[in-house]
Design a protein around this ligand. Structure first.
Ligand code: NAI
Length: 217
């Protein structure tokens, strides 16, 4: 596998989806799949699949297809699911608690090791054995623990200051849930997540479907 080659973000963004589908195939006991079959399950072209996987050196064999378990493991390695990234959550409100309660992140290689908030009523409570600490203890916590990723679930107006603090402490990955596209002048990687963008696309598509049904009747 040639990892020196720069892989496009478009390909990287499709990998978790391959990983998910391959995991489902394994659960179904399917050990081998052609790019054509995978393409019809995933709704992307077989040539796209071949192109994507060729970026990492292939994995398939002419006339055989893909070995599901091997491909699943290799894509998992590429995505770092065995890295055991250490994550913290900042903001233990609705969103922060929902994410803290989601156990599946661990299966994808992300271990929650700390939760921080400023609300005195939340400090000391535990979510799945992880204690909610005051933001004031963040500096010490980051100095004493390897923190790879901070998940930001604080209100919009507090997000820039919290992001700045976390980045200054040396945390290199930020998963930002606040509805602003964060940009920071540091060497950090930021993934902005906007669930409502997806919901609004759904709303648009629903409206379009209704319009076309009305036009037909
Ligand atoms: P919430 O009000 O339930 O929770 C926010 C928590 O952050 C509170 O516990 C508060 O005490 C804490 N907090 C405030 N300032 C803080 C600071 N400086 N340091 C540490 N903790 C602090 O809000 P909710 O519903 O959980 O939303 C959190 C964020 O996630 C908001 O920015 C919201 O807009 C965003 N959100 C994003 C979604 C998305 O699609 N990305 C969907 C839902 C919410």
């Amino acid at each position: 596998m040639n990892l020196d080659k720069k892989i496009s973000m478009a390909v990287i963004r499709r990998l978790p989806r391959y990983y998910r589908y391959l995991s489902d195939l394994l659960k179904l006991g399917i050990t081998r799949i052609s790019s054509k079959e995978l393409s019809s399950r995933m709704g992307i072209t077989a040539s796209q699949i071949r192109q994507d996987l060729n970026c990492f050196g292939g994995f398939g064999q002419q006339g055989y297809g893909y070995n599901v378990e091997y491909l699943y493991k290799e894509i998992g390695n590429i995505l770092g699911v065995n890295e055991a990234f250490k994550i913290i959550i900042i903001g233990a409100g609705n969103m922060g608690q929902a994410l803290a309660n989601y156990t599946n992140f661990e299966k994808r290689g992300f271990k929650l090791i700390g939760i921080f908030d400023i609300n005195p009523n939340l400090i000391g409570k535990k979510i799945r054995d992880v204690e909610i600490m005051h933001l004031d203890s963040l500096d010490r916590f980051v100095a004493e623990n390897q923190v790879d990723i901070a998940i930001l679930c604080v209100p919009y107006e507090n997000t820039p200051a919290v992001a700045d603090k976390v980045a200054r402490l040396g945390v290199k990955g930020l998963w930002n849930f606040s509805p602003m596209d964060l940009k920071l002048p540091y060497d950090v990687i930021i993934e902005n997540v906007h669930l409502s963008d997806s919901l609004m696309v759904l709303g648009y598509r629903l409206n379009e479907m209704r319009k076309s049904q009305r036009n037909k009747s």
